[in-house]
Design a protein around this ligand. Structure first.
Ligand code: ADP
Ligand code: ZN
Length: 839
């Protein structure tokens, strides 16, 4: 028996102590000694919950009873022990329970629970039948055949008013029994059985010099005489399959698929020692048809040489360091990542590459796969659960050395990351906004620190915060100011939408953009059209009363998606048929679409360019990874003339034949209640501008905007990042915003409006009192209803804290967590958002 400290996957602030019987520990040598990282099932209150072993502690007498671990759920640890300091730090920084941090770090589907199952007591079949008479419900039939119902079915029956008393009565009579079982993981490893000729047989065949098959003279000298016909046939099939595939082993399903008798014959042949059977784990892979990779360039550009000359010594030093690589679009940052990765692998260390969304993973994945082959794995939401599970295990087992993925891949169980790349580090896609609110970029820097790794943050438009850190010496700034191959940045024209269009200028495209689209098509070049809003129209108004059609669960308008014929809520996913009746005035008259989204841009582009091949890329069309890959492929193969899309088309892609980029409406983001609005607008325009003119021909960009004089648009037009940075800093000094202060937001959410409001007010009062008591330099703003006050049936309020000293904010957060029960009703959620981005 040993005593272990366990982080349970439940909202508890402290780890718990349990005793663990030796017999439960997995047998394989090496792992038996060190249980750290094992996943266990432990009792907590009346339930069984998953937990993770953090440490072995001394068996001392304690004042309370130490309960026992119910079950060890895996054969080996699920994360390297050296990741623990990182998990602990992430938990305390984001004020999120350690067990839930670890759970978030593991692939989904690994969540067994203890459950109750209804079982039939042996020999009581008659009584069960008798209880229900002539017409028993279906679950009785299932019980009679399978003896025990699955946990989910049992839960349902025990929860239903109609069936619960019946089951209780049957348990009372000893006909049924309730059993405690452990529900299995939703995703499990895949094991395959393989067959090959036994070594003795193979040696004999080689000796007699035969290749053709069991009817050959050579075979008869080696094979025993008493083989059945089906056994001979199976041997023939196995040899043929081995020869055809060139592999030494043949999967069972292929061999058995040959003919009916193969399975039985194979078993007999294994028994006779002529065939060998092996099992091995199969890793399901997500790699479909890859994008064409570009060959490894012979010579690096001067810019690349210069930055690598700084990165490589840092890698060799094996100590923590963060670089901010500011390189204009098309300067060849990917090649820098690839070379740095080569160096890291040569040092025997692992590489982690993070991208803000899967659209970019594809691009980078193609390059890394071409360079590093089988050592590369992918981790992001575009994979199936099974693929992700297996990719993750490849990293855990050390067979994969390079992990590429979105945000959550930063938790990949690599034992020794020596380089962590964060591409497009400024992107808000790194911020996770559900229960565990973390920023993937910031955690990547932290993970680098915990592993003595080099962190490389890359962007053409660094976040103001990162650039500030580079200025203060926290990060090292690296710059690349030239595009590869002497290409120039494209010329940018700004078109003022506020000036009235001259005669005939209807619709979404002004004259300049219309003409450019026509010219570009005539020249056989590709164009991109950006509008950062999906759907056809963001609002649908009743023709009679003017009321918008709103979501049933959220206080927001539904977006018309004409291609699907539906109205969709972009916050909770609720959807309705587009032929709605106005819930306000009951009018059945027509609904009027107001505003525009990518679907409408696509429609107008088709009207303007009837002969063009037009496609759309947004999260509606790219939901399926295969469809998405096909689209990118078609773009590379010049099978698309105009690609319409949201920010998904703006980032990272290298389309050499795009020479025109049109931004349909640039200032949508400027109207957001967000202190980063100008920064984000500049970034989006610069990114999409960077997609033009990356090949032989120069590019041009047309930006349509209502606010042509806004500094973010003007500076993006002039490619002036430093000036944007300077102006932003000035604006954020007073009133103070990051990087001059740190922020923490509290979100209070719940279905009862009154409880949410009161909770928010009590919380604010508490924070103000604590601030006085601690004499902290903290500014408290709010409480106030969130900008989107009701989402998914939940009312939402928030409170914002600002301070120059982050430690003071952390102290307040700890106080709030401790006093939570007195402050916020149990029916409400309290979320702590450290460094919030989307408020
Ligand atoms: P970005 O900095 O925008 O990410 P990329 O990494 O996509 O730029 O590089 C732009 C293009 O330049 C790619 O096609 C890439 O293959 C090419 N490239 C990068 N480095 C070199 C080099 N040293 N020599 C020739 N071509 C290069
Ligand atoms: Zn909704």
């Amino acid at each position: 028996m040993i005593r272990v400290e366990v982080a349970v996957a439940a909202p508890l602030d402290q780890p718990l102590t349990y005793d663990l019987e030796d017999a439960l520990l997995p047998a394989p040598p090496g792992t038996a000694g060190d249980p750290v990282g094992l996943r266990v099932l432990v009792p907590l209150g009346g339930r069984g919950v998953t937990g993770y072993v953090l440490a072995v502690v001394a068996m001392e007498d304690v004042a309370y009873t130490v309960r026992r671990v119910t079950k060890v759920l895996d054969r080996s640890p699920l994360f390297p022990a050296n990741m623990l300091p990182f998990f602990r730090w992430a938990s305390s920084y984001y004020h999120y329970p350690l067990g839930l941090v670890i759970k978030a770090a593991l692939p989904a589907g690994m969540a067994p629970r203890s459950a109750r199952a209804i079982a039939l007591v042996p020999g009581r079949d008659q009584e069960l039948r008798g209880f229900f008479g002539a017409e028993p419900p279906p679950w009785v039939g299932e019980l009679l055949t399978s003896r025990r119902l699955p946990a989910a079915a049992s839960r349902k029956l025990l929860g239903a008013k109609a069936t619960r008393p019946q089951i209780e009565a049957l348990v009372e009579q000893g006909v049924l029994q309730l059993q405690d079982i452990v529900e299995a993981d939703a995703v499990r490893e895949k094991i395959e059985t393989l067959f090959t000729l036994a070594p003795g047989l193979r040696a004999g065949l080689e000796h007699h010099g035969t290749e053709t098959g069991p009817d050959d003279a050579g075979w008869s000298q080696v094979l025993p005489g008493d083989l059945k016909r089906s056994e001979r046939q199976t041997l023939a099939a196995l040899t043929a399959l081995m020869a055809a595939s060139g592999a030494a082993k043949v999967p069972a399903r292929e061999l058995f698929g040959r003919y009916g008798g193969a399975r039985k014959a194979t078993i007999a042949l294994v028994a006779k020692g002529l065939i060998e059977q092996q099992t091995c784990r199969v890793y399901r892979t997500p790699f479909g048809e890859p994008l064409p990779p570009t060959p490894r360039p012979e010579a690096l550009t001067p810019g690349q040489q210069q930055v690598l000359a700084q990165i490589e010594p840092a890698l060799a030093a094996r100590s923590y360091r963060t670089f901010l690589l500011h390189g204009i679009t098309g300067c060849g940052k990917t090649e820098v990542y690839l070379r740095a990765a080569e160096t890291t692998l040569a040092l025997g260390r692992d590489v982690l590459v993070l991208v803000p969304e899967i659209a970019l993973a594809t691009q980078i994945e193609a390059q890394f796969l071409a360079r590093f082959g089988e050592t590369v794995v992918l981790l992001h939401s575009g994979l199936t659960g099974a693929e992700r599970f297996d990719q993750w295990h490849l990293a855990l087992s050390g067979r994969a050395k390079v992990v590429i993925g979105a945000r959550s891949a930063l938790f990949a169980p690599l034992a020794d990351p020596g380089l962590i790349v964060v591409d497009e580090e400024h992107d808000s896609g790194f911020k996770q906004d559900d229960a565990f609110r973390y920023n993937g970029r910031d955690l990547a820097v932290l993970r680098g620190r915990c592993h003595d790794a080099v962190v490389l943050l890359g962007s053409a438009t660094p976040s103001v915060t990162s650039y500030y850190h580079a200025g203060s010496g926290k990060y090292t700034l690296l710059q690349m100011k030239e595009r590869v191959g002497d290409r120039s940045l494209p010329a940018v024209t700004v078109v003022d939408l506020s000036r009235k269009g001259r005669g005939g200028e209807k619709g979404l495209f002004r004259r300049e953009l219309r003409q450019a689209l026509l010219d570009n098509l005539a020249a056989g070049q590709q164009s991109l059209l950006l509008l950062n809003r999906r759907g056809f129209a963001p609002v649908l108004l009743c023709q009679d009363c003017g009321a918008p059609v709103e979501c049933l669960h959220c206080h927001v308008a539904l977006t018309l998606h004409r291609a699907q014929g539906r109205l969709v809520c972009h916050y909770c996913g609720y959807s309705l048929d587009q032929r709605v009746i106005c819930s306000h005035c009951r009018s059945t008259g027509a609904m009027v679409p107001v505003g525009f989204g990518t679907e409408r841009v696509e429609e107008e582009a088709r009207l303007l360019l009837p002969a063009a091949r037009i496609a759309r890329l947004d999260s509606d069309t790219a939901a399926d990874r295969k469809v998405f890959l096909k689209l990118l492929r078609a773009m590379h193969d010049r099978e698309i003339d105009v690609l319409v899309g949201t920010q998904m088309i703006a980032k990272g892609h290298h389309f050499p034949h795009v020479t025109l980029v049109g931004v349909v409406w640039a200032d949508g983001g400027l109207n957001m209640p967000d202190f980063r609005a100008a920064e984000k607008t500049f970034q989006l325009i610069t990114q999409v501008t960077g997609r033009a003119g990356r090949g032989e021909s120069p590019g041009r960009v047309i930006i349509q905007t209502m606010r042509p004089d806004h500094y973010s648009i003007r500076l993006a037009q002039q490619h002036q990042y430093e000036e944007l940075y300077r102006q932003e800093l000035e604006l954020r000094r007073n009133p103070a915003f990051p990087p001059f202060v740190r922020l923490v937001a509290f979100h209070i959410q719940g279905e009862k409006e009154e409880e949410v409001r009161q909770g928010a007010q009590r919380l604010a009062g508490f924070c103000r009192d604590e601030k006085k008591r601690l004499q902290a330099g903290v500014e408290i703003l709010g409480p106030a209803p969130a900008p989107l006050e009701r989402i998914n049936r939940n009312y939402r309020w928030q409170l914002l804290l600002k301070a120059a000293d982050l430690d003071q904010l952390h102290m307040l957060c700890r106080q709030v967590r401790e006093h939570r029960p007195e402050l916020v009703a149990a029916s409400c959620r309290l979320l702590i958002d450290v460094d919030p981005e989307n408020m």
